[in-house]
Design a protein around this ligand. Structure first.
Ligand SMILES: CC(C)(COP(=O)(O)OP(=O)(O)OC[C@H]1O[C@@H](n2cnc3c(N)ncnc32)[C@H](O)[C@@H]1OP(=O)(O)O)[C@@H](O)C(=O)NCCC(=O)NCCS
Length: 174
C-alpha cells in the first residue's frame, strides 16, 4: 500500500524521474513543471529543505500560510505528492484550497490519487482541521472524480482572476 511520507533523499532518483516525466508530458502541478532539474539534481538537500520552508516553526513570508509537502511512496519509489495547507488565506479560499496533489504520469489511472487524498484527509484530521477546501479546473475530470470519491461537496463553479479556466470548489467535512 502506498504511504504519505516526508520528502527524503531516499527517493531522489525516482522523484527526479517523475519530475522529468511530468515536464516532458507537460502535465503536473505548476511548480513541478517549473522545477530547475539540473539545480535540484546538483543540490538535492537544498531542494528538500525548500520543501519544508513553510512548516510551522519557520518564519512565514508575507501572504503565506503554514503548509507541508508529503510524498506518496510505494515499494521505495516516489509516485506523487500532496501539498497540505494548514489554513487558508483570501487567495487560497478563492483558488487553491487546503490540498493539492499530483501523480507521476506513468503511474496515473491506478487509484494512486484517490489513495493520496484519502491519506491527506487523515493527516488533515490529525492536524485538527474540521473541513478542507479543494479546488480544480472544471475541465480536470480526473481531479473532479478524485475529490468526489473523497467525499467532496460541491460549492459551485467560479471564475477567478488570474486563472484562465473556470474552477470548481469542493468542501470535505472531516
Ligand atoms: C488528476 C490526477 C491527480 C489523477 O491521478 P490518478 O492517480 O490518475 O487518479 P486515480 O487513478 O485515483 O483516478 C480516480 C478516478 O478518476 C478517474 N480519472 C482519472 N483520470 C481521469 C481523466 N483524465 N479523465 C476522466 N477520469 C479520470 C479514474 O478513472 C478514477 O475513477 P474511478 O475510480 O471511477 O475509475 C493526475 O491526472 C494528475 O496528477 N494530474 C496533473 C496534476 C493535477 O491535475 N492535479 C490536481 C490539481 S486540482
Amino acid at each position: 500500500m502506498p504511504e504519505l511520507l516526508w520528502p527524503s533523499e531516499r527517493y531522489k532518483d525516482s522523484f527526479l524521474n517523475a519530475a522529468r516525466e511530468a515536464q516532458e508530458a507537460g502535465s503536473g502541478l505548476g511548480d513541478t513543471l517549473a522545477l530547475n532539474l539540473p539545480a535540484v539534481t546538483a543540490d538535492f538537500a537544498a531542494y528538500l529543505s525548500s520543501l519544508r520552508q513553510y512548516e510551522p516553526g519557520q518564519p512565514l513570508p508575507e501572504g503565506y500560510v503554514h503548509s507541508e509537502t508529503l510524498w506518496l511512496v510505494e515499494g521505495g519509489e516516489y509516485l506523487g505528492r500532496v501539498n497540505l495547507r494548514h489554513t487558508l488565506n483570501a487567495r487560497l479560499r478563492e483558488f487553491g484550497g487546503h490540498i493539492g496533489y499530483e501523480i507521476q504520469p506513468s503511474a496515473r489511472g491506478r487509484g494512486y490519487a484517490t489513495q493520496a487524498l484519502h491519506l491527506a484527509l487523515e493527516r488533515a484530521r490529525d492536524l485538527g482541521l474540521e473541513r478542507v477546501l479543494l479546488t480544480c479546473d472544471v475541465v480536470n475530470l480526473g481531479s473532479r472524480r478524485v475529490i468526489e470519491k473523497g467525499g467532496g461537496v460541491l460549492e459551485g463553479e467560479f471564475t477567478v482572476p488570474g486563472h484562465t479556466e473556470p474552477i470548481r470548489r469542493y468542501w470535505i467535512p472531516l
